[in-house]
Design a protein around this ligand. Sequence first.
Ligand code: CMC
Length: 431
Amino acid sequence: MSEKTITLTNNSDGRTVDLPLYKGTIGPEVMDIGKLYSGMGIFTYDPGFIATGSCRSSITYIDGDKGNLWYRGYPIEQLAERAKFLEVAYLLLYGELPSLDQLSEFERIIRYHSMINETLKNFFDGFHFNAHPMAVMVGVVGSLSAFYHDSLDINNPRHREISAHRMIAKMPTIAAASYKHNVGEPFIYPRNDLDYCANFLHMMFATPCEEYVPDPLAVKAVNLLFILHADHEQNASTSTVRLAGSSQANPFACLASGIASLWGPAHGGANEAVLDMLREIGDVSNVDKYIAKAKDKNDPFRLMGFGHRVYKNHDPRATIIRKVCHEILESMADTDNPMFELALRLEEVALEDEYFVERKLYPNVDFYSGIIYRALNIPNSMFTVMFAIARTVGWMAHWMEMMSDPQQRIGRPRQIYTGHDRRDYVGIERR
Ligand code: CMC
C-alpha cells in the first residue's frame, strides 16, 4: 500500500482532511474515507456502491472497460478453455492452481462430502411440490447451520476450510434434490465414480428405475458454465455473504443469504428471466415492439440479459458462452432452435440501437446461459440454482478471505436520514 494521500477541503468551512490513497496490484487508485467523519464531520453517499470499495481482495479482478475478468490473475478465457471446474474451485479457494496430487486430493474430499444427512431430507417435505427451487435452496442451505457442530468455530481456519468443502460438495446434491422434489421423483444419491458436473447431471436425471449416462457434451457445457459463474468479485450476492459473515454468523446461514440475493432478476435470476422474456416476445416479428418497451421509461419492461454494472464494453463471459452456445446447439442437432434465433435477432437489433449503444448495454453472460441449459433439458426454474452451485465457490472463497483478514470489522453502512425531525408523542385519543 502506498503512502500517498489526498487532501479534501470543505469549501463552506475551510476544514481539511488528509486521506490515504491506495493502489492495488492493478486498477484505479482508491481513497480511504475511514477518517472522513472524524476529520471533517461528513459521511459519503453512494447508493448501489457505484464508486465504493468495501474490502481488499486478491481473488478476482475485473476491468469493466477492457472487458477483462481474471481469477487469481488467470484470464477467464484460458480457464474456460482448459480447466476443470474443481481445478478452478481450488484456485479460487487457495490462490494457486493445484498440482495433479493436490487436485486429486481435493476432488476426493469434495466427493466424500457430497452426501447430505438423511434428516435433511425432511426439510424438503416442508415445501409444497411447486415451490420454486431457489426458495427451497434458501431454506435447506440455511438449515445446514443446525448441523456440523464439530467444525463450526469460525475463528479456526481449518473449520472454515471444512465448511467450504462441505458447501461446495453438497450444493449439487441439494440442488438436484430441490428439482426432484419439484417433479415428485425420489432423490438420487451422488455417485463417487462420476466427476462433479457429471454427478450433478446424474442426480438430476437418473431415477431408481433408470440409470442416466451423462452426455459428455452436456458435462462439458456444465463445466464451462460453472467456471464462468464461479466468482465475480464484490457482486450483490457475494457482498451479501460478506456482510452477513461480518457479524460472525454461521457460514451456512451466510451462504443462504447469498442465495437469496442471487435469486433476484437483476442478478442471478436474470438467466431464468431471459427465457421468460424470449417466450413472451414469442416471435422475431415482435422484436421491435419489445425493444421500444425496453426504452420506454414508463414501462417496467427491461431487456433481460442486457447491461452490467461493471462491464461497459463487453462481458467476456458472454463472448465465450455465445460461441459455445452455437457449438452446443449445432452438435445437439438443434440448429433450428427458435429461441436462439430470436435471441440472436434481439441482440442484433439492441446492439445497433442508439439507446443501448449510448448506455453501453451489451448482452451479459446470462443472456446465453439459459439457452444452453434449456438445450440440456434443464428446466427454467433450475437456471439460477445452477448459478448458485457455481457461485458457492466464490462465496466461500470470499468468506474465508474475509474471516482471515485482520482488518475485518462488522459491515455497517451509514445513511442520510430523511425522516421527521424530533417531535413529541401524542396520546392515541388526540390523534
Ligand atoms: N434494458 C433497458 N434499459 C436498461 C437495461 C436493460 N436491461 N439495463 C440498464 N438500462 C438503462 C437504465 O434504465 C438506465 O437508463 P437511464 O440512464 O436513462 O436512466 C441505464 O441503462 C443505466 O442502468 P442502471 O440500471 O442505472 O445500471 P445498473 O448498473 O444499476 O444496473 C443491471 C445493472 C445489470 C442491474 C441492469 O443493467 C439490468 O437490470 N439488466 C437486466 C438484468 C440482467 O441481465 N442482470 C444480469 C447481470 S449479469 C449476471 C450477474 O452477474 O448477476
